[in-house]
Ligand binder design. Structure first.
Ligand code: SMO
Length: 761
């Protein structure tokens, strides 16, 4: 892949692998995260948290904590008065009410729920004193996951499902149980609040600063314009920082009450306990096939866990999973349901993929089992069922509109790139020699990007551009890609463009960075704002250079008249001409604002193939080969897109092979640290061949689609199918993620086949 440094060329910048302008700063300790911001007189907050998952709060004794030297205040719910509630995205009708308390009031409903907040002059003192708060809880009964109140519920039926199942030649069924996962960004949650002249300023490690402002305004009863929220550098989020938390509210409340800066930085263990979890759904499904391998009907029941309160996007994972079905496959008869149950656990919210992985693995497990049952090649059976490119855009029975894609081309590309026929031949040879080898596929589609985002573009007196986006950033390289988008629109070099984001005092409105939408929607807004700015500059320049507007040409930091005069003016002089001699270098001379509403929703897609080998003696899995073709539409920066794919791949492998939050029957978390929760490491990364096809999205101005979540969507299903294929000769068919060595060892060993085949030992 060609890599160019900003400055070596002008247009087109779209499609160039420009190196990230953020990296020097971020990799040399010059990033500025919430914990790097410590105003004069800053106080530090720590939480005393519920020791039980469910109980009646009998008493809180904070006397010992209050007596500690350096402790300034200890808050309990009684000190808070009446506070408002958080907002929940009403993405589906009939979402149940759920509690939202900054501190637990009469009862505790999850392990680790904040019960008291200790504010002290140092973070260490606050944490030590928090341990002295005595919380007396009378245990109450816990419902098992799947038994609690239903928070969201949806159903979709279409076609004649009963007849299709009656007429089927084969019916296959699968159950996929997703573990609860911890999003685990490098930087845990963190919030700092300061108060000055009645204005509240909140630094928050968040994906959605504008939403934090609105929620704080409602919860604390303040006008939103008196609140400024800043998302400075954010060290990863993955969906876990897309909602306000009780802790954020408590920090802001304490700062206002004490009239002092108050900071809380979540210890890693508090994030394990009380940051939102992801996944956790159990899906059961049946697919009816005719003998030719055509899938005729799909029945699916998706049961999600909600946790004890609802994040803003609480309904998104079940809704996404449901509306994606039946994925890239043309199946007319559907009987689908998705619901979520409240549980005595941390909130379960969006996590990289947010319902898309659940849909992808369910469908492709069914395809894989269908292929096995009908003895049709897994690539071939998928090919027979694909929605054709000619059928797009397609309005689906679940109410989605798949805007674009070419699923057959993806499958063909993976088959060719992997050398599929040779891989199958090698598998057969190795199996005959006693090896445990499998090949698996996943063909996924993913909704990514609808709705609106804002952008502002300006020419400053110093001749530089300032482009501000309402989308924020948590490590994606947004400043680099958005400068490329702006540079193309402005006919200039990205080096001349400063990108601003993550501060509600800058762009007037904004949405944030989530749902694989920022490039498609935020990038389109940026493109249009810069197009408009260019138009305004052209008008000015034409007047100044006394030429026709269509003769105005941009080059580097200058505007030329492309006529016999050859007259030109620098952008700085042009800006100076607008503002006159009073204009300071940073002052804005010409600006535009764009609130961009996408025409529809962009749908990305992709296909993964995995080849795995399992060591029969140890169960150790080796992912020998991964081939992955993704269609993210128009790609702004291939290098950064590939980086997103690699990150998603790591987290997708994490779900498939390693990660699992484990609670015991009493609701105690057994995996509360990175010693017990197995994140993938560099050494776990397999070799991967990444390629792309490009079908432009007709839904937004850039033609772009999302890519950041793709690895979490396609990789687990492909790896799972490969493992299922590997162990299929042993009759093992009840595997669930994570596919640990122990499970694989047992799968190979426990089956009667092993004793007679001589495959195992
Ligand atoms: S799971 Mo994403 O940050 O919408």
């Amino acid at each position: 892949m060609g890599v160019s440094r900003a400055g070596t060329m002008e247009v087109p910048w779209l499609g160039q692998s420009v190196l990230r302008r953020e990296d020097l700063r971020l990799t040399t300790g010059r990033g500025r995260y919430v914990d790097d911001v410590t105003p004069e007189g800053c106080l530090h907050l720590a939480f005393a948290r519920s020791p039980l998952a469910h109980g009646r709060l009998v008493a809180i004794d904070a006397e010992a904590a209050k007596a500690e030297e350096g402790v300034v205040a200890v808050f309990t719910a009684a000190d808070l008065g009446a506070l408002g509630k958080n907002a929940i995205n009403p993405i589906v009708p009939g979402i149940a009410e759920a509690p939202f308390e900054a501190l637990a009031r009469e009862s505790v409903t999850a392990l680790g729920q904040p019960v008291a907040a200790v504010v002290a002059t140092s973070a260490a003192t606050a944490r030590d004193a928090a341990l002295l708060v005595e919380i007396d809880v009378e245990p109450l009964a816990m419902e098992a996951p799947g038994e609690g109140a239903v928070s969201t519920s949806q159903e979709v039926t279409s076609g004649d499902v009963a007849s299709a199942f009656e007429a089927a030649d084969k019916v296959v069924s699968v159950t996929v149980a997703h573990s609860l996962l911890a999003p685990t960004p490098l930087e845990p949650r963190a919030t700092l609040a300061t108060v000055a002249d009645g204005e509240l300023t909140v630094w928050c490690s968040t994906q959605t600063p504008y939403r934090i402002r609105e929620d704080l305004a409602r919860i604390l009863g303040l006008p939103p314009e008196r609140i400024r929220v800043i998302a400075p550098d954010v060290g990863g989020a993955f969906g876990g920082k897309a909602s306000i938390y009780p802790e954020d509210v408590m920090v802001a409340f304490a700062a206002r009450h004490l009239n002092a800066p108050v900071k809380w930085v979540s210890p890693r263990s508090d994030d394990f306990l009380a940051a939102s979890h992801g996944r956790g759904a159990t899906s059961t499904a049946e697919m009816a096939f005719s003998a030719d391998g055509r899938a005729r009907a799909l029945k699916a029941e998706l049961v999600f866990q909600q946790g004890s309160w609802m994040t803003y996007s609480a309904a998104v994972p079940p809704n996404n999973a449901l509306r994606i079905l039946p994925g890239p496959y043309a199946i007319d008869a559907l009987d689908l349901s998705a619901r979520a149950h409240m549980t005595h656990r941390a909130a379960v919210g969006i996590y990289r993929g947010a319902g898309r992985p659940e849909a992808a693995i369910l469908l492709d497990r069914l395809m894989e089992e269908g292929a096995r049952a009908l003895d049709i090649d897994p690539v071939e059976i998928r090919r027979r069922n694909l929605i054709s490119a000619a059928a797009l855009p397609l309005d689906t029975a679940t109410g989605a509109r798949i805007d674009s894609g070419d699923f057959a081309q993806l499958l063909d590309a993976v088959e060719a790139e992997a050398g599929y026929g040779r891989l199958r031949a090698a598998q057969a040879r190795r199996r005959a020699a006693g090896e445990v080898v499998g090949i698996g596929l996943c063909l996924y589609i993913e909704p990514c990007g609808q709705g609106w985002e804002s952008a502002e573009a300006a020419l400053c007196c110093n001749g530089r551009f300032r482009a501000t986006t309402g989308a924020s950033a948590q490590g994606q390289g947004r400043e680099t890609t958005f400068a490329q988008i702006a540079a193309d629109a402005l006919g200039t070099n990205p080096d001349l463009i400063d990108i601003r984001h993550g501060d509600t005092s800058e762009a007037e409105r904004g949405l944030g960075a989530l749902a694989s939408r920022s490039t498609a929607i935020g990038g389109s807004a940026m493109r249009l704002a810069c197009d408009a700015l260019r138009g305004k500059i052209v008008e000015r320049a034409a007047a100044l250079l006394q030429c026709a507007p269509e003769r105005v040409v941009f080059r580097a930091g200058r505007v030329y008249a492309d006529d016999e005069t050859g007259a030109s003016v620098t952008l700085a002089d042009l800006a100076g001409n607008v503002l006159g001699p009073e204009g300071a270098p940073e002052d804005v001379a010409i600006s535009t604002t764009e609130i961009y509403h996408a025409k529809g929703e962009a749908w990305a897609s992709g296909c993964c193939l995995a080849m795995v080998a399992v060591d029969p003696d140890t169960g150790v899995l080796d992912v020998e080969k991964l081939v992955w073709i993704d269609d993210a539409g128009v790609v702004v920066n291939p290098l950064l897109a590939q980086g997103q794919m690699m990150g998603g791949l790591a987290q997708g492998l994490g779900e498939a092979l390693l990660e699992r939050l484990v609670y015991d029957d009493d609701g105690q978390l057994l995996t509360g640290s990175l010693m017990d929760y197995a994140l993938p490491r560099a050494g776990d990364m397999p070799p991967v061949q990444i390629g792309k096809i490009e079908t432009r999205s007709p839904s937004n101005a850039l033609g772009a689609k999302g890519v950041g979540e793709a690895g979490c969507i396609g990789i687990p299903a492909a790896v799972f199918n490969a493992v299922a294929d590997a162990v299929s000769p042993f009759g093992a068919n009840d595997l669930q993620m994570p596919l640990t060595s122990e499970k694989l060892w047992r799968a190979i060993r426990q089956t009667p086949h092993v004793a007679t085949s001589g495959n195992g030992r």
